[in-house]
Design a protein around this ligand. Structure first.
Ligand code: 6LW
Length: 527
């Protein structure tokens, strides 16, 4: 059972042996994991954000700390302004082989392609990319055979031998397997040698509600592959489980010989068709082997034996004071972060942002944000807009964002929903620094009705006397993947729309559900 096995494997969650999913919340999809001794490393997709490929470390598979990003230098990742939202960097495979860490990933952008980076320490630095021009597919995987042959397997599902040092493909690609007959999008392959078999793990059914994980095995890495009779070995399609779209998985053997799956899933909210707003998140599930096939235990918000009860993941409030001389690796910018667009030194203790694009609609907006990781949370910042204008934005993409902006003696809330742009509210403010805030208020505790949205985004200004002036409450469904399309989720961050603006700190605070209790101790002045 999950509890016993979790303890035995060194997988430490709650004191009673349970752990909470997602293990990495927010926009962290397509997880790929590997273990070296008692250390686990995990990489995931980053799309149009820079730096690319967030890299996490864990000692127990449950608690993950971001230790870097694989593509954190402009020389490794140069996403031009023509890169559409949800293009860019996706679906890495992270492996350790002969004492080196290898990461292969696709950059779906002009001038991109499949690339390989290596490192002796996964915290970095990672090498400059070696390009793989001979590979015409996404979701590449690397696996080494006993004879040293390196196999690259990718969506389709196809495979080609490769020299990972040069990126040269060797020979012609071969089709290995296409998953269930008629199923869409066989993708996300990972290849493992376990016992006497090679196992080919794939995702199929598309990364939406039909998503699933299937597996096949062979006695040689290049097949022929025999599908598991129990396929799909994991799917939540057609169920009422709170986590949906489960798929795109990777397997890892823990220190004690137990096996675990990391995978992606979403938490849709509201009525029908239900909207997920945080993107695809990383989950963990225990795996047992029965008759030479992996059997995955259920994926639930909280894993336990014998029953599951929902419990929130405890994350302490986090404030970034911008007092260090470098940004924490969690901070993400849109496409690029040119050196002259930001500084931690220009005004010590503050993050300075200098405008490029004139609004969040622009592909080159100067933006520094972090993933929204909790269905309910509060984000606050102190901005000095004296030299320009800027603010706090909730971003899905260029065509779906809400923001509260300060500048020119005013604070305003702006909503961009597709082709509609609206100035929702304005309010005069005194010159000098202003405290802006946005709260996400999950609606799941409220009465269900068919058209109910997933959450409300409330924008406000904090006054010197402690009162909060709420300027707007906006329906969160329009900043969801189901509305915006694509592969990402919300990122909340600071931006500059004109001139130069400075941010003293940013607080990200997980909150309890509901719209009532979070008002305690504050006076809310309606717009
Ligand atoms: C990725 C594909 C997928 O390449 O979504 O869920 C795509 N799976 O495997 C983008 O993340």
């Amino acid at each position: 059972m999950a509890r016993t096995r979790a303890a035995a494997a060194g997988v430490r969650g709650w004191a009673d042996g349970t752990f909470a999913n997602p293990v990495i919340a927010g926009l962290h999809p397509d997880p790929s994991v590997c273990r070296v001794g008692g250390d686990y490393y995990l990489a995931c997709s980053s799309f149009e954000y820079f730096p690319g490929v967030p890299l996490f470390h864990s000692r127990d598979l449950v608690h993950w700390e971001q230790i870097g990003n694989v593509l954190d230098r402009p020389g490794q990742l140069d996403l031009p302004v023509t890169t559409p939202a949800s293009a860019g960097v996706y679906a890495p495979t992270l492996r350790q082989h002969n004492g080196r860490f290898w990461l292969i990933v696709t950059n779906v952008a002009d001038g991109g392609g499949t690339l390989i980076c290596t490192a002796s320490d996964p915290a970095g630095p990672w090498s400059d990319p070696v390009w793989v021009p001979g590979l015409a597919g996404i979701d590449p995987d690397l696996a080494w055979g006993d004879d040293g042959t390196c196999w690259c397997t990718y969506a389709g599902i196809e495979q080609v031998r490769i020299d990972p040092w040069t990126g040269q493909t060797l020979g012609r690609p071969r089709r290995l397997w296409s998953g269930a007959p008629g199923a869409q999008a066989p993708e996300a392959p990972h290849l493992y040698q376990v016992g006497g078999y090679w196992y080919l793990l794939i995702a199929e059914g598309g990364t939406e509600r039909g998503h699933a994980v299937s597996i096949a095995r062979a006695t040689a890495p290049d097949g022929p592959y025999e599908p598991c009779p129990a396929n799909p070995i994991l799917t939540h399609r057609g169920t009422n489980k709170p986590i949906q779209n489960t798929g795109h998985a990777d397997l890892v053997e823990a220190v004690d010989g137990s096996w675990w799956m990391v995978l992606l899933g979403v938490r849709p909210g509201g009525g029908t068709p239900a909207w997920h707003v945080l993107g695809r998140e990383t989950l963990l599930a225990p795996v047992t082997w029965i008759d030479g096939w992996p059997v995955v235990s259920e994926v639930a918000p909280v894993m336990a034996a014998p029953s599951w009860t929902a419990r929130p993941v405890p994350v302490p409030p986090s404030r970034d004071d911008f007092d260090d001389d470098r940004l924490h690796p969690r901070w993400a910018s849109v496409r690029s972060r040119p050196a002259d667009s930001w500084s931690l030194a220009e005004r010590p203790g503050w993050l300075t942002l200098r405008a490029r694009g004139a609004s969040l609609d622009a592909p080159d907006i100067t933006f520094v944000g972090r993933r929204q990781q909790h269905l309910s949370c509060r984000v606050r910042t102190l901005i000095d807009p004296t030299g320009g204008c800027g603010g706090l934005a909730v971003r899905l993409d260029e065509r779906h964002h809400y923001e509260i902006e300060a500048g020119d003696g005013q604070v305003r809330v702006v909503a961009r929903i597709g082709s509609v742009l609206s100035m929702v509210a304005t309010r005069p403010v005194a010159a000098g620094p202003v405290r802006l805030r946005v709260e996400a208020l999950d609606s799941s505790r409220e009465d269900w009705y068919p058209s109910k949205g997933p959450d409300v985004l409330r924008f406000g200004v904090e006054q010197a006397d402690g009162r909060v002036v709420v300027l707007a409450e906006l329906d969160g469904r329009y900043l969801s993947t189901e509305v915006a399309g694509g592969f990402t989720g919300r990122v909340i961050g600071m931006y500059a729309a004109s001139g130069t603006v400075h941010f003293d700190w940013l607080d990200y605070e997980p909150r309890e559900h509901g719209t009532g209790s979070d008002r305690a101790g504050e006076t809310i002045v309606a717009p």
